[in-house]
Design a protein around this ligand. Structure first.
Ligand code: TRP
Length: 339
């Protein structure tokens, strides 16, 4: 069987440099060499779990779609669609709700973390602020993956448990009804960079330390100049392994460029110079996609068309497969029942 690689991108927030280095760039590279099939979708139903602002959801969906296209995602080699355009997914989600043990969801890290925060608070409600969406997040994710019988799912480490749960759900279904689902494997890219943010912690929207990917050039420069450094004098030798500027540089540069920069640190590079070099390196790489992004974002109707075409392709598979799944659980045309 052909390898089918599938992954989802949450549509909350605007893509930043960390997303680019850690997910977008490696994923697009991988689609070029995969001889099997690639499925990539905007997880906008998942986004509703974390975000209840419709304007933000819309803004982020457009920005995320435009970003991937601007960075060179090729819709000829990748089925690119939006989760909400595949009505088969929520139906499968329901079937899985009926297959999945509640106890399995009780053990989900994200849910347990929310409960841990609540326990000990004076409201005394372990489930305070926990929606059914959050609780059942892994079930919907299993439906995303299993709807297309993906064999490989590139994700971050934080998603490993979700893949174990998807396999658990698939196995239960296969055992109870019929062997329909392939066991999906998480694919963790070991050497992919986790970027540090402007304050030295992991670059993350929740820390407010991100550098936007497609900010205008001036703003990019400003954001880089604001990266926190220590107070070493300009000519003092500096430890590259203790510098966020170097860490970010490394994620963009080639091995030779990185070695050369390491040398400059050890020789003594002024922080201002290091920042300038970082700005130039990043800018060189993203100048072209940034222009493309600016064009695309002005043409939402064109992006919509691309997504619709992707959904149509995806549904040629999901429609047929869902009919089979429904049949397995006993939902099919009554006319087909032998009397
Ligand atoms: N949960 C994933 C994340 O936070 C996003 C996602 C949703 C996903 N559905 C998926 C990833 C299916 C892979 C496959 O990154």
């Amino acid at each position: 069987m052909k390898k089918r690689v599938l992954t989802g991108i949450n549509t909350t927030g605007i893509p930043h440099l960390g997303n680019y280095a850690g997910a977008i760039k490696p994923a697009i590279e991988a689609t070029k060499t995969n001889e099997g099939e690639n499925f990539l979708f905007l997880a906008n139903l998942h986004a509703l779990i974390k975000c209840s602002d419709p304007t933000e959801i819309r803004r982020s969906s457009l920005a995320v779609a435009a970003t991937w296209l601007a960075c060179g995602l090729d819709t000829e080699n990748t089925v690119f669609y939006r989760q909400s355009d595949i009505p088969e997914i929520p139906i499968l989600n329901w079937i899985f709700n009926c297959v999945c043990a509640k106890g399995l969801m009780n053990r989900a890290h994200a849910y347990k973390a929310a409960v841990d925060v609540n326990v000990g608070e004076e409201n005394n409600d372990p489930d305070y602020g926990v929606s059914m969406g959050l609780f059942c997040y892994p079930v919907l994710m299993a439906a995303d993956i299993l709807m297309f019988n993906a064999s490989e799912v590139p994700v971050g480490r934080d998603q490993i448990q979700h893949l174990e749960m998807a396999r658990d759900i698939a196995a239960r279904f296969n055992h109870r009804y019929r062997e329909l689902f392939v066991m999906p494997e998480a694919k963790i890219e070991e050497k992919v960079a986790t970027l540090v943010g402007t304050d030295g912690r992991k670059m993350s929207k929740s820390y407010g330390n991100t550098i936007p990917l497609f900010a205008p050039e001036k703003q990019l420069r400003k954001a880089i100049m604001r990266i926190v450094t220590n107070s070493q004098a300009p000519e003092e030798p500096k430890n590259p392994d203790d510098s966020s500027i170097f860490a970010i540089y490394q994620a963009f540069a080639t091995e030779e460029e990185t070695a050369e920069m390491r040398n400059r640190y050890e020789q003594g590079i002024a922080w201002g110079e290091a920042k300038q070099a970082l700005f130039e390196r990043i800018n060189e790489e993203i100048a072209e996609p940034r222009e493309k992004y600016a064009e695309l974002i002005e043409k939402p109707a064109q992006i919509e068309e691309i997504l619709q075409a992707g959904a149509e392709k995806a549904r040629t598979f999901s429609r047929t497969f869902l009919t089979e799944i429904l049949d397995a659980v006993g939902i099919s045309s009554l006319a087909d029942i032998a009397v």
